[in-house]
Each structure stands twice: as structure tokens, then as C-alpha cells.
Design a protein around this ligand. Structure first.
Ligand code: X6L
Ligand code: MG
Ligand code: MG
Length: 168
């Protein structure tokens, strides 16, 4: 039996191209099949107004909690390969994508490597991240901003652009 125990991490999922919900489900399935990753909890799915590059289709966003024996860089490699398996290509910066997986938090760690900054440096500005994360860890303190996840989620001006999405 492979030991999946390890560190707690939170991963944000997003999709705004094609079969959006299927891509989110497929990503969770592939993470669950990984021998060193356990998917513990899933937020609801939200339909969200695009931020950054605004002339594109609405996103589905959610956040999941995982436990993993992988350290951050190997975990990133797994999430990137899952993005590719789900048809991710990089055309327009901030533009449409079938699947985006972002590591938000990894244990209580802070790291700044090129290509991987943890905690995710802009997560606290994005309602499409903070609203679903707030379902999972409302009381968690984000050290850089000295506020809890719930406080941040409630104070973001674009939280109205993040609407609970009910699967059919
Ligand atoms: C000025 C310039 C203000 C750029 C904001 C914000 C850029 C967010 C990129 C920005 C700026 C991003 C998603 C999204 C993206 C998503 C929704 C990004 C990367 N990903 N919008 N936009 N959901 N709703 O997953 O987050 S592109
Ligand atoms: Mg992203
Ligand atoms: Mg990304």
C-alpha cells in the first residue's frame, strides 16, 4: 500500500473552454489516481466573470484540498502534466484555457522559485479563488495580508462576479 500521507495543500481549478465541468472532474480524477496524492475535500463549483483578459467566456472555478507526499516542485509537475492531458495550450496570456491548476498553499510553507511562488502571490486579490477557498478554510490566516480567508473573501469588490454554479 502506497503511503499518501504528507502535507496539506490547496489547489485552484479553472476552465473556460469546451466541456468546462468535465475538465474540472477529469483533473480531480487524475489527481485521485496519483499514488502520492489524496484529494480530501472539494469546494462547490462557481461560475465566474473573467478577470485580466475580459473578452472571453465565463469560467468555472473551484478549490480542492489535497494531502500529498510530494514536495511543491514535483506537485507542480503533476499539475502541469494534467493541464496538458486536458488539452491546455498557451496562446493568449490570461486567455481561454481548458484547464488551469494553480497551487495556492502548501502546508505553512513559503517559497519563491521561478515558476512557483507559494502562497500564490495574487490569490488574495481574486474572488474566484477566495470565495471557494473560504468554504474549505475560512479561518485560515494569510500572513502576507494579516486577514483570514473569510474576511478577504467578504471584502473583495468582485465577489458578486462569483456565482454558485449548480451542476445539472
Ligand atoms: C489588471 C491586470 C488586473 C491583470 C488584473 C487578474 C490578470 C487575474 C490575470 C489582472 C489579472 C489574472 C481566471 C480568470 C484568469 C480564472 C476568472 C489571472 C490569470 N484566470 N478569471 N482570469 N477565473 N474568473 O480562473 O487570474 S487569467
Ligand atoms: Mg490561474
Ligand atoms: Mg495557472
Amino acid at each position: 500500500m502506497v503511503n499518501k500521507l504528507g502535507n496539506q495543500a490547496f489547489i485552484a481549478l479553472g476552465s473556460n473552454m469546451g466541456i468546462r465541468e468535465e475538465y474540472l472532474r477529469k483533473a480531480i480524477q487524475l489527481l485521485k489516481e496519483h499514488p502520492h496524492i489524496e484529494v480530501c475535500r472539494e469546494s462547490n463549483i462557481y461560475e465566474t466573470v473573467p478577470v485580466g483578459y475580459v473578452e472571453q467566456a465565463a469560467f468555472l472555478n473551484m478549490v480542492i484540498e489535497v494531502k500529498t507526499a510530494l514536495s511543491p516542485v514535483p506537485l507542480l509537475a503533476v499539475t502541469q502534466s494534467i493541464e496538458l492531458e486536458c488539452g491546455r495550450t498557451r496562446e493568449v496570456r490570461f486567455g481561454p484555457r481548458t484547464l488551469d491548476l494553480d497551487i495556492l498553499l502548501y502546508a505553512e510553507e513559503e517559497m519563491k522559485k521561478e515558476g512557483l511562488i507559494i502562497p500564490h502571490p495574487r490569490m488574495h486579490e481574486r474572488a474566484f479563488v477566495m470565495v471557494p477557498l473560504s468554504e474549505l478554510v475560512p479561518e485560515r490566516l494569510l500572513l502576507n495580508v494579516h486577514q483570514t480567508v473569510k474576511e478577504i473573501a467578504q471584502s473583495l469588490p468582485d465577489r458578486e462576479d462569483v456565482k454558485l454554479w449548480i451542476p445539472n
